[in-house]
Design a protein around this ligand. Structure first.
Ligand SMILES: [Ca+2]
Ligand SMILES: [Ca+2]
Ligand SMILES: [Ca+2]
Length: 550
């Protein structure tokens, strides 16, 4: 949520030289997280980062609070508590540590003797925060007792609990999410994975979980529409009550007799937070089944075209085609162009040949049509999956696609959870589900804009450099809420650029004390995602921040 760029301007504007005054990045994020816990009483809200136009000297305790309200992040500064708040111990905190702030001009020897008498130990002190100390309590001493001991000593400005912090995120209660199986959504390094080799789903779900008005057509082996984790998210044709089209049998019974389609559907849109099974990228969505592959997983261009046309003429916004062919078909490309002209996004798996499809093309990925997003598969260590196809031109991005778990067609409560379940077929629906949430969030944007957002939002990875257009892996959070970055450009007059993703309205606010903020400008980023801000006012010490609408 938090952008990482903060900058400072010399207090002397005539000096006009840039330098970093306030190493806010790590510092701020730590504090933000610390207060992410303290969300019970958020103060004010903005999604922002800060530009400091002064060397900042704190002669008060600074606290920065973070909380979530929609896609907003709370930043706030409050005066120090002279003593611990009466309810200070109600919030979860460590039992073995407290924090104390020595009084200014206090003889450190006296405080050291107090530590020693009580059997406590200074684990760390922070000279840059006026000597703030992290205190290890002796075994058996309660936090309440220790706080009282320090506060009554008269040697500290305050003593307070070491509150627990947690990353702000929305965690669904579905079994395979909570037990860590769904590493692709949230990877903490479980089962040999690389922490954060994931699409940042919990962070994204703070912003949006539902794409209930978006129809995603899964062109595949069919879908088990009665599955407990899919039934509520199946699209229904109001004319016949069906959930799609079966181009193999040429009827409206589009159930799954192979399993592949039900797996794909669960990745993009299994019901989230229903206490069952898995969570889709979109917790609510309308999944249309286009059965173009038979019980052996095989079909042909004619069955594919039949389902593409059904999707297009029945209101699909997004098509997921976890399938590929070696044959270039003018007919299929025409069907996809018709979708393109209707603004329909078409997600294609890159294929599982371990090949460079710029050299050995696979279709539909390699049709040169601007509504196609081609997806390679990545692993829980953020490597390119060994059998994934790739291509610097014809593959756009990677998404998780190995060691998967999803809804399966055997019965209504079955989930396939296998370390050998892998493929670009599983990667594509991570992108399709992401696009569904994006379409729901940015309903007026054309397919080119949505795709540009998607591709700008990937996490670049060394393993993907040169392997796809973006060289990156899908990031759902960035796709829904691009980072806001302020970059200094000139000192006099003071000028910086605001980068916040395309067409995003931002308010620039200024403060001299980080307490009182005044809006000084409102502007909207261009389609390239930035605008410039210039400040001609002379002030001895000013901070700037940009806050975006959700
Ligand atoms: Ca991340
Ligand atoms: Ca993550
Ligand atoms: Ca579920």
């Amino acid at each position: 949520m938090i952008g990482g760029c903060e900058c400072a301007q010399s207090a002397s504007r005539s000096g006009g030289r840039w330098h970093r005054e306030w190493p806010f990045s790590g510092f701020a994020i730590n504090l933000l997280l610390r207060l992410g816990f303290a969300t019970a009483a958020p103060h004010f809200q903005c999604e922002s980062n800060l530009v400091a136009a002064t060397p900042l000297r704190f002669n008060r305790t600074m606290r920065i609070h973070r909380a979530i309200a929609g896609s907003f992040v709370v930043l706030c500064l409050s005066l120090p508590a002279a003593t611990a708040q009466p309810d200070a111990l109600k919030a979860p905190h460590r039992a073995d540590r407290i924090l104390v702030m020595p009084k200014v001009d206090q003889d450190t020897g006296e405080l050291n003797r107090l530590h020693a008498r009580g059997g406590s130990k200074v684990l760390k002190s922070f000279p840059g925060i006026r000597g703030l100390q992290v205190i290890q309590l002796p075994t058996g001493e309660s936090v309440a007792g220790a706080l009282a001991r320090y506060e009554q000593s008269g040697l500290v400005e305050f003593a307070e609990p070491d509150y627990e912090i947690h990353a702000a995120a929305t965690f669904p209660n579905d079994l395979y999410f909570t037990n860590g199986t769904l590493w692709a959504l949230n990877n903490t390094g479980q089962s040999g994975g690389t922490p954060d080799a994931d699409i940042d789903a919990p962070e994204a779900w703070d912003i949006r979980t539902s794409a209930s008005n978006i129809v995603v057509a899964v062109l595949d082996t069919g879908i088990r529409a009665t599955h407990e984790d899919l039934a509520a998210n199946m699209w229904t044709n109001v004319l016949d009550g069906s959930h799609g089209w079966n181009a193999i049998a040429t009827n409206n019974s589009s159930g799954d007799d192979q399993g592949h389609g039900t797996l794909v559907a669960g990745v993009l849109g299994a019901v989230g937070n229903n206490g069952k099974g898995v969570a889709g990228v979109a917790w609510q969505v309308q999944i249309m089944s286009g059965k173009c592959l038979d019980g052996s997983g095989n079909g042909s261009d004619s069955t594919l075209i039949d389902c593409i046309e059904y999707a297009r003429t029945n209101g699909a916004h997004i098509i997921n085609a976890s399938l590929d062919s070696a044959g270039y078909s003018a007919a299929v490309s025409n069907a996809i162009v018709a979708c393109r002209n209707a603004g329909i996004l078409f997600v294609a798996s890159a294929g599982n040949n371990g090949a460079d499809i710029d050299i050995i093309p696979r279709y539909p990925s390699c049709y040169d049509i601007d509504n196609i997003v081609s997806v390679a598969a990545s692993t829980r260590t953020d490597a390119l999956w060994s059998s994934s196809n790739y291509g610097a031109t014809n593959v756009d991005l990677a998404a998780p696609g190995a060691q998967m778990c999803s809804t399966f067609f055997i019965n209504d409560t079955f989930y396939l959870n296998s370390t050998s379940l892998a493929g670009t077929s599983m990667a594509a629906p991570y992108v399709a589900g992401t696009l569904a949430l994006m379409k729901a969030k940015f309903p007026t944007e054309a397919h080119q804009q949505i795709i540009a957002r998607l591709l700008a939002a990937t996490d670049p990875l060394p393993s993907l450099a040169g392997k796809c257009v973006t060289g990156g892996r899908l990031n759902l959070r960035k796709a829904l809420s691009p980072d806001i970055r302020l970059t200094p450009l000139a000192a006099s007059p003071f000028q910086f650029s605001v980068a916040a993703g395309p067409c995003r309205q931002c308010v620039i606010e200024t403060s001299t004390n980080l307490l009182n903020w005044t809006a000084v400008a409102t502007n909207t980023t261009s389609t390239n995602g930035t605008f410039l801000f210039t400040n001609n006012l002379v002030a001895p010490a000013q901070f700037f921040r940009a806050a975006a609408a959700p």
